[in-house]
Design a protein around this ligand. Structure first.
Ligand code: NDP
Ligand code: 8X3
Length: 251
């Protein structure tokens, strides 16, 4: 039975991936900052699927807390087969010359440094066993840049670069590394980007059928259950009504 650690499991893609993995009988390590949500989600999954779950509440921007959390994983959960580096966010939407620098810090510290801290702590557990699969959640924003999205796009371009680097660095350790890059998925993502403005967030997904968190979870679940000799390096998945980062067929 596989064991998976998912970051950002309190919402959206991470939460849906937790349910998808539980359906396949995986043991789960669910992480995020909001401990109340982690408990609720863990109880709900256990009730539905009878899988073993532990939760770790920490901020991936804090390297010390990240290491303490990973070190606290009990022996019975330490054989981590899958790491889903999903936690991430966009904050703000503005030109670089006008942006709030604190927004940049949050995105860079979470999407790049946080992903690295978690990977640095978890990868040795995989390498010790000579096997493992790291799935980084990138974005269409890692392939293109768009107006007002400069720093978020830069962080997701970094995820793309880091995915490729990890694949090279850990090749001889038997670790597979994948990049799953979605287009528009309706989650809490835009509410966070617009700092709690739910009305503005809702507008992002109006007039077309966006992807759901479950759509992406299904794809992640598929790639982590392929035979050992197959690695899906990269997936770019968009709503049918989206052509690139900014072109939508809205009706
Ligand atoms: P959500 O806002 O719904 O979920 C984000 C998750 O990240 C939450 O569980 C949140 O948990 C966690 N998180 C954020 N910051 C931190 C932190 N500092 N420490 C620990 N956990 C953190 O958004 P999505 O599900 O949409 O986003 C998941 C990933 O998908 C992100 O990397 C995003 O960039 C990417 N993505 C999203 C797209 C979309 O259109 N929605 C498209 C392409 C990529 P908590 O707040 O409890 O800490
Ligand atoms: C999230 C998708 O287009 O808002 O990564 O950057 S987008």
């Amino acid at each position: 039975m596989k064991t998976a650690l998912i970051t950002g499991a309190t919402s959206g893609i991470g939460k849906a991936t937790a349910y998808a993995f539980a359906e396949r009988g995986f043991k789960l390590i669910l992480t995020g900052r909001r401990s109340d949500r982690l408990s609720e989600i863990s109880d709900s999954i256990k009730y539905k699927y009878e899988v073993e779950i532990i939760t770790l509440s920490f901020d991936i921007r804090n390297q010390r807390d990240t290491n303490i959390a990973i070190d606290s994983i009990p022996d019975s959960f330490q054989s981590i087969d899958i790491l889903v580096n999903n936690a991430g966010l966009a904050v703000g939407l503005s030109h670089i010359q006008d942006a709030d620098i604190d927004d940049w810090e949050r995105m860079i510290d979470t999407n790049i440094k946080g992903l690295l801290y978690v990977t640095r702590a978890v990868a040795p557990l995989m390498i010790k066993r000579g096997r493992g699969h790291i799935v980084n959640v990138g974005s269409i924003a890692g392939r293109e840049v768009y107006e007002n999205g400069g720093v978020y796009c830069a962080t997701k371009h970094a995820v793309e670069a880091l995915t490729k680097s990890m694949r090279i660095d850990m090749l001889e350790d038997g670790i597979k590394v994948s990049n799953v890059c979605p287009g528009a998925v309706e989650t809490e993502f835009s509410v966070v980007r617009f700092k709690g403005d739910e009305k503005r967030a809702k507008k992002v997904y109006e007039g077309f059928k966006s992807l759901t968190a479950e759509d992406i979870a299904g794809i992640i679940s598929y790639i982590v259950t392929l035979p050992d000799h197959i690695c899906v390096n990269d997936i770019l998945v968009m709503p049918s009504a989206q052509a690139n980062a900014t072109k939508f067929n809205c009706r």
